[in-house]
Design a protein around this ligand. Structure first.
Ligand code: AMP
Ligand code: ZN
Length: 123
C-alpha cells in the first residue's frame, strides 16, 4: 500500500527498531513509548483496521496475539506467578480502531505496553 507508514517500515524503506520478524509479522519499538516497554506488532500485509479484517486474516490475527507474550517475556514484562500463587508483572495489549478508537496509523497494529501499571494515565 503506497504512502502507508507501517508498510514502509515493513519494507525497510523507513528505519525502525525491529525486535521480531517472521514471514507474516514485524514487531518494532514505538517511537513515542508510553511505558518502559512499548512495542508495535503488525502484519506485513497491509490491512487498515481491525474492522477491515475478514476470515482470511484469522491466522495472522492469532499469530499477532500469540507473539505478544513471547515478546513480553523477552522484554522482561511477562506475567509471573509467585510462590504465594499471586500473579506479578504483566503487560497490556491494545488495538485502536478508527477515529473513535484513537487510531492514528491506518495499518493494523497491536500495542504491547509493559512496565508497572502502564495503563495509568496512558491510553
Ligand atoms: P495508534 O494511535 O494506535 O494508531 O498508534 C500509532 C502508534 O504509532 C503511536 O503510538 C506512535 O507513537 C507510533 N508511531 C508513529 N510513527 C512511528 C514510527 N515511525 N516508528 C515507530 N512507531 C511509530
Ligand atoms: Zn500498510
Amino acid at each position: 500500500m503506497e504512502n502507508c507508514l507501517f508498510c514502509k517500515i515493513a519494507a525497510k524503506q523507513i528505519p525502525s527498531s525491529i525486535v521480531h520478524e517472521d514471514d507474516d509479522l514485524l514487531a518494532f519499538k514505538d517511537i513515542h513509548p508510553a511505558a518502559p516497554v512499548h512495542l508495535l506488532i503488525i502484519p506485513k500485509q497491509h490491512v487498515a483496521t481491525l474492522s477491515d479484517t475478514t476470515e482470511a486474516h484469522t491466522a495472522v490475527l492469532g499469530k499477532m496475539l500469540a507473539l505478544a507474550p513471547k515478546l513480553a517475556a523477552e522484554h522482561g514484562c511477562a506475567v509471573h506467578h509467585g510462590v504465594d500463587g499471586k500473579p506479578g508483572g504483566g503487560f497490556k495489549t491494545l488495538i485502536n480502531s478508527g477515529p473513535d478508537g484513537g487510531q492514528e496509523v491506518y495499518h493494523l497494529h497491536m500495542h504491547l505496553i509493559g512496565g508497572p501499571h502502564p495503563w495509568r494515565g496512558q491510553h
